[in-house]
Design a protein around this ligand. Structure first.
Ligand SMILES: CC(C)(COP(=O)(O)OP(=O)(O)OC[C@H]1O[C@@H](n2cnc3c(N)ncnc32)[C@H](O)[C@@H]1OP(=O)(O)O)[C@@H](O)C(=O)NCCC(=O)NCCS
Length: 213
């Protein structure tokens, strides 16, 4: 843990220090320290030498001397789980969510999911709905994170697949996203009670899960 803390920039250390709970502070350090190690390995540089910037809607990217490396990445964390995706010259987004009670799940579906996703959700047998909800949510979040618009992109402006036996896919891209080259979605299996999604601007997306510690 101290090793990962030591890799963080002064800004990241300040951000970590703002967490009141040591658990959240350590999770932040693990996520951002491991992100640095993973990217540094690809670039064959020291993890502490990486610099990051943020695009208009907050999406982080490599800055400084590695800004033109073409290495893209995205990070997600939920509870004690984290997910990092990287790709060369291709946009990507990732999301991981631990299943947890969120109040009125059906109301969230009505509010945030598209009409097609609402229909898919209510067609699920009751015991499968929470899994369906988090599958749909992670796929939608991965897409909005990939295009880098954050929640500025309406969540009901595109459709993703979910539900038992359905391959993870972006079924309808958002008309608000111009000029993309097509997306491939993958939903890595990370065990019961956790959903995850990776979306890549490419014909295919293969995921090799790695446990963050
Ligand atoms: C910030 C957001 C892009 C992702 O937030 P999130 O799902 O809560 O968090 P995640 O752990 O998946 O991702 C956070 C990481 O994404 C990255 N990120 C931040 N802004 C981003 C953006 N605009 N685009 C892509 N990635 C971004 C950062 O690395 C961030 O890590 P950090 O906070 O440790 O620096 C945004 O979509 C959000 O606030 N989502 C909440 C969504 C929601 O309520 N959805 C309802 C669906 S039912």
């Amino acid at each position: 843990m101290a090793r990962l803390h030591a890799l963080l920039s002064a800004d990241e250390q300040a951000r970590a220090a703002r967490f009141l709970s040591p658990v959240h502070r350590d999770r932040y350090a693990v996520a951002h320290g491991r992100l640095r190690e993973i990217l540094a390995e690809r670039l064959e540089v020291a993890p502490e030498d990486l610099q990051f910037g943020q695009a208009e809607h907050g999406k982080p990217h490599l800055a400084g001397s590695h800004a033109r490396s073409g290495l893209q990445f995205n990070l997600s964390h939920s509870g004690d789980r984290g997910l990092v995706g990287w790709a060369e010259h291709l946009h990507l987004g990732v999301d991981i969510e631990l299943w947890r009670p969120l109040g009125d799940e059906a109301a969230l579906v009505r509010r945030f999911f598209s009409p097609a996703e609402n229909a898919a959700y209510v067609a699920l047998p009751e015991p499968e709905r929470t899994q369906g909800f988090f599958e749909c949510w992670t796929r939608k979040e991965a897409y909005i994170k990939a295009v880098g618009r954050g929640l500025g992109l309406p969540l009901d402006s595109f459709d993703v697949s979910f539900g038992p036996g359905r391959k993870a896919a972006l079924l309808r891209p958002s008309a608000e996203v111009q000029g993309d080259r097509g997306w491939s979605l993958a939903a890595p299996s990370l065990g019961q009670g956790v959903s995850a999604a990776v979306i890549l601007e490419a014909d295919a997306c293969h995921v090799l899960p790695e446990v963050l510690e």
